[in-house]
Design a protein around this ligand. Sequence first.
Ligand SMILES: Nc1ncnc2c1ncn2[C@@H]1O[C@H](COP(=O)(O)OP(=O)(O)OP(=O)(O)O)[C@@H](O)[C@H]1O
Length: 766
Amino acid sequence: MPQIVMGPNQTGKVDPSVKKAAYTFLEKLAENDAVPGLHIEPINGSADRRVRTGRVNDFWRAVLFKIQGQADEAHYVYVGVLPHDDAITFAKKTRLKVNPVNGIAELVMATEPQPSTNYSQTPPAQEQAEARATDTHSGTTGLDLAPDIPPAQARPTDSRPAPAEPLLAQHRVTLDDLLDLGVDKELAEAAQRMTTDDELLAHVERGPEWQALALIDLAGGKPLEDVRATLGIGKVALQGETETDEELLRALQHDASQLEFAFIENDEELRKAIEEDDFAAWRVFLHPEQRRYATTSYKGAFRLSGGAGTGKTVVLLHRARHLARQTPDASILLTTFNKVLAESLQIDLRRLDPTLRIAERLGDPGIYVAGVDSAVSSVIRRAGDAVSTSGALSSVLGERSAAIRDRTSEDSAWRDAISAVGGDLPPEVRSVAFFQAEYTMVVLPHRITNEAGYLKARRPGRGVALDRKKRQAVWKVVAAYRARAAVEGSVDYDELASVAAAYLETLPGGTVDHVLVDEGQDLTPSKWQFLRAVVAEGENDLFIAEDSHQRIYGQRVILGQYGIRIVGRSRRLTLNYRTTEQNLRYAIKVLEGAGYVDMESAEENSSLYRSARRGPEPDLVAANSLSDGLDRVAATVNEWIHEGVAPETIGLLVRDRQSAQELVHGLDERGVEVRVVDGNKAVRKGSPLAMTMHRAKGMEFSRLVLFDVSKDRIPAHYAVDKLSEGDRDDALLRERSLLYVAATRARDKLVVVWRGMPSELLPSMR
Ligand SMILES: Nc1ncnc2c1ncn2[C@@H]1O[C@H](COP(=O)(O)OP(=O)(O)OP(=O)(O)O)[C@@H](O)[C@H]1O
């Protein structure tokens, strides 16, 4: 059967019915390219002898490249559907070639603009260019389909008041470097003159995807050798002037070619790739780095860090599929911070590949997707009495009844324990936040069960120094907390994770073969000890996706302290697929000025984060009052809906639940219906969504409003007041991270609204 390869799509926005017709056409082609009615025809006078058009219906034609080679069956590279005449014009001047320097496959076109057309179902060039400017997978699209963007070299660079040093020159990247890498000469020469990110982005959108990404990285200061390594660029030698079919097929398999060309495995993949456009791109087109991390075998635990939106979750999903396919009987745990995020992982896993075996129980063959607390509970349930008879329970909590009937209500239990001990407590520890941190960071991970153990415990990084007397007072509170829980037969989530870890440590081997973790920065030591114990140390045991800049819960964790040895197996993704360069720059500024440390104790760095997409600058709205702010948001949301933005892709984020209710109520009064998303409730279509910034973790929106980012709201006083200095610094860091998480949920447009004085954490205000 012929092999279909999806290429850089040239279709632009079309009706769903056209996509459906294109899918039916390709489905037939993939079965048998000799079927009459497909009309696979060469074009007279075309620039590429391999180009073909095929009949989709009376009006539309598919544009394809047929590569026969020595094989019995041909490969067809599909680059889109166009109205009949446009398809012919386009097919005549487009060419699929092998880059002679590095062997990457590229779709290239003549440079003269295409005449505009009048067909009703295809958007005018302006719209196509706009669609591309906010397109996740912008590629060679529009080398000549974007006549509205003037060629960069035609721009009057000398009209600037004071010419700045070009970006590439700032990093000592020469024209020869670019040519040696394989960048097209014209693109390279123009890129050499670019002085701003925006200018460069506008320009590189016209080149093949790999060239765009290489230039963006180089302009951002990534060393040349790293760019080569990232894209897997080496040297090749073509046999002749033009490539053979075999050389072209090999080129299509190049890591960097797979940014734009994907070998389609089955009808389902084909349907998704066609019908869902860029929303499906993550399933089909991976960055070479993403592909590497999804498929490489590692001798032990691996840590993948990367800014918000760099595709860490995408890598995890692909890696889960890769491991499952490699060893169909393997048991894989795909886990994350909570149930909501786990559910969305499971949905995306099914989208990626509906044929994957989803395990019903932890340890069964297949992929078991669960929040880490559910995975803990399932170990405890399965262990039954052994939790106690193995000594696990007492090793963590001391001697107490094995009955676990309930979950401790942590806040009130700590409050009660603190007031029971009362006056003995030094002021710097007299807060629920202190005890929660002390308990999860010191007491539980060290499995301390009595005062003597606590008196000699090491407490690195805890901020508040405690002498013997203070420790004794603190232990009294811990003992009170535990005594009450023992009576009630309750445990908190971290206690349970510690008990499950202690139980698993008594068993030989692991419960699962592989563990994949998302949002690792928010897991506590007990959860890490559990995850360490659930899989035996060895090849591909733990793969951890995390971003220390996005830690919004708990304290900073150093993985090595909990038996997770990364030792050199740690990499970072830097290309943001979600948001525009403009939104990203703004979000990164939120982080500036604060010291972040990663999960291996190294300093975090956000300076290499880049986006290949452009969009408008964020709107910063200073409202006079709450009512004025609500008026402005109502007007903005109405405007977006009027423009045709799908309501459920509009997000409104606030600091806390009460503000979410106020916002919804206020907008309702102004005739704008908004739905609050809370807890585990699924997101429904039809209305803009309001939620807390915490709840928005892991989500994304096309248009986003951060509402009431006012001085008296963020940082939230209840999160930082009454803490010791050390704990307050960390709480402030989490507030900053929360704002970063919130701002990076925006794909295309970000609006930040405050009332009166803006939050001090906002970039422009510092
Ligand atoms: N190779 C790709 N091609 C197209 N889109 C991609 C690709 N990789 C990621 N994306 C898209 O980028 C967005 C962010 O991806 P993902 O959620 O995996 O990032 P993340 O690093 O986990 O983000 P966060 O840390 O903010 O949760 C998603 O919309 C995803 O579909």
